[in-house]
Write a protein that binds this ligand. Structure first.
Ligand code: HAS
Ligand code: CU
Length: 548
């Protein structure tokens, strides 16, 4: 295969621009996170009448939406350029348009949050209402990301045309799947924002169908979490084997798992609405079953990772059931950070299964357990993998190298993250089981008798939050060094080869019509009837098409 070893310099600039914004978001969003844990400890008040919900929204939007989207799109531009060759000038131009739309959109959104006109949390669904500028800003971010998605599609299609009958390079294939997933699911959020929230916020309509808006949001919100997860899986499947000096267990298995994500990620949004009235339990049940289907590709991923590590360890002479563990390169931050991410995904995924089980969700829904869940999944598994990727990606793109000192700092950073997150997320899980609410300012429950039970955990959260903030400072030091100050030199963009004994990859994985077709059918099955129900049985007073 005509493998290009280095990302084109002009593509590198585009990728880096995205990554810079991602880390600026990390700095500001992390600060907001620290403030939140301090407020919830009950020992600290925000100055100048700043609302807890403003800080909470800043944190969620900057870390959940901005950090992730910018890092992912930057990483994917780099990965696609590395594996299918440099972008054409025209494509790269559109990539920059996408970047600027997203950046301007982010600035507009952040402005309205910070002036306190959009304290609607990162999920921004009704009945919370924000200034129209908030929705317009978000729309620009989404449109920008679509443009970047199309740039990848066009580039990949050109490669396929130039290489007829060949399987596309794995990392590029994966990036394309992720952007198809993103495109299909973000139609839902675009619909609720443009048809419902924006007209309502502009005062053109005086009410909207809240259940429809939440449903459209979660149609988007669940695949959103896999849009975050899949780039981490790209690193695990296609990069980590090379980092440790081994081979990929199977290319086909990796592609199959990505296709399964495409099929089953979207028709599952009801598992966020299990406690909501107005949705027939039958359809909740159908979507819970589909949720358990989408666990399968994660179990396949766990299997593939174990296989990769074990194959490598044994090739180095490891014996016994877990002897291979000792052969792994523990001192290499490019491996260590993502590996810790994998390890944390075991309890994180188990927590997800608890959430997805209707009866168990009754215990944890709307408690801070759920916040604990996504700080393990997103803020540990995904984020540590992104940090681990940044440690070679940024120097590769900036033409520098990671020194031993920086590598050591990155190992320390990972350990700090583990300690901080264990405190914070652990305490959140326990407090959640005792009923401590999420999305609630301390003052709203400070006088309730149960609060006494929760306070020790909330202090533990603040301790964890403070340690995590130190972790953020460390990663920012490393990233700034790698981007601007590290010694000049060549850093490898590692891409794994497939093990010799693996089967040849069949072309069927690239039958896009088939896969997108099945995905759409599953979406229609899971959503059509309940959606019609919601509109037909909209509460009295609804007008027009009963979306309002
Ligand atoms: Fe979730 C709520 C169910 C995964 C993120 N989730 C959330 C929210 C977020 C989120 C942000 O069903 C809150 C939304 C809000 O604001 O309200 N989640 C699941 C399920 C999974 C899952 C079934 N979630 C994720 C991932 C996320 C994420 C991934 C972000 C990246 N989640 C829910 C539900 C709710 C929910 C309900 C709503 C709850 C409520 O009441 O509101 C599954 O995808 C998890 C599958 C994962 C596994 C783990 C496989 C393990 C692997 C690691 C292998 C390790 C190795 C290392 C190889 C089954 C792949 C081994 C080495 C050794 C030495 C041992
Ligand atoms: Cu979900």
């Amino acid at each position: 295969m005509n493998d290009v070893l280095k990302v084109d310099r002009r593509d590198a600039k585009l990728a880096l621009a995205h990554i810079y914004i991602a880390f600026i978001a990390l700095a500001l969003g992390g600060l907001a996170g620290l403030l939140q844990t301090l407020v919830r400890s009950g020992k600290f008040n925000l100055p100048a009448n700043i609302s807890y919900y403003t800080i909470l929204t800043t944190h969620g939007v900057l870390l959940g939406l901005v950090l992730t989207t910018f890092f992912i799109i930057g990483f994917q531009f780099a990965a696609v350029s590395r594996t299918t060759g440099a972008f054409s000038d025209r494509n790269r131009f559109w990539g920059w348009i996408g970047f600027w739309l997203m950046t301007i959109g982010t600035a507009v959104t952040a402005f309205f949050i910070l002036i306190g006109e959009a304290s609607v949390l990162y999920t921004f669904y009704a009945p919370l209402q924000a200034h129209p500028g908030f929705y317009l800003g978000l729309t620009l971010v989404v449109v920008g990301s679509w443009i970047s998605g199309f740039v990848l599609f066009v580039h990949y299609a050109r490669w396929k045309k130039a290489n007829p009958g060949q399987v596309g390079p794995l990392l590029s294939f994966m990036a394309v799947v992720n952007m198809v997933l993103w495109l299909i699911c973000s139609l839902g959020v675009a619909a609720t924002v443009l048809i419902q929230l924006l007209p309502w916020s502009l005062g053109l309509v005086d009410q909207i169908n809240v259940l429809v808006s939440r449903t459209l949001f979660w149609y988007f919100g669940h695949p959103l979490v896999y849009f975050w997860l899949l780039p981490a899986y790209m690193v695990w499947y296609a990069i980590i084997p090379k980092v440790i000096g081994g081979k990929m267990f199977s290319d086909s298995l990796a592609r199959l798992s990505f296709i399964l994500f495409l099929l089953f990620s979207i028709p599952v949004g009801f598992h966020h609405q299990l406690m909501e009235p107005g949705i027939d339990p039958f359809w909740k049940y159908v979507q819970v079953v589909l949720t358990f289907m989408v666990v399968i590709p994660s179990l396949m991923t766990a299997f593939a990772m174990f296989a990769t590590f074990e194959m490598y360890g044994r090739s180095k002479g490891a014996a016994g059931l877990f002897g291979w563990l000792r052969k792994l390169p523990w001192g290499d931050a490019r491996f260590f950070a993502p590996f810790v991410g994998m390890l944390f995904f075991i309890p994180a995924g188990a927590g997800g299964l608890v959430n997805a089980s209707h009866q168990l969700d009754q215990v944890v829904h709307n408690t801070i357990w759920v916040t604990g869940h996504f700080h393990l999944t997103l803020a540990t598994t995904v984020v540590l993998t992104f940090f681990g990727a940044a440690y070679w990606l940024i120097p590769h793109l900036s033409g520098r190298i990671m020194t031993r000192a920086m590598n050591r700092l990155a190992i320390i950073q990972t350990i700090v993250w583990v300690v901080g997150m264990s405190f914070m997320s652990g305490a959140m899980h326990f407090a959640g089981l005792l009923g401590a609410p999420r999305r609630s300012a301390f003052s709203t429950y400070a006088n309730s008798p149960q609060a006494l039970e929760w306070i020790p955990y909330q202090i533990a959260q603040a301790v964890g939050g403070t340690i995590l903030f130190i972790g953020i400072i460390l990663v920012l030091v490393i990233v700034t060094n790698l981007a601007f100050f590290a010694p000049k030199g060549e850093t490898e963009f590692p891409v794994a080869e497939v093990a010799e004994q693996a089967e040849r990859t069949p072309l069927v994985f690239e039958n896009w019509k088939l896969w997108i077709g099945i995905a759409i059918i599953l979406i229609l099955i899971a959503y059509t009837i309940p959606f019609i129900d919601m509109i037909q049985n909209a509460p009295p007073g609804s007008k027009g098409y009963k979306l309002w």
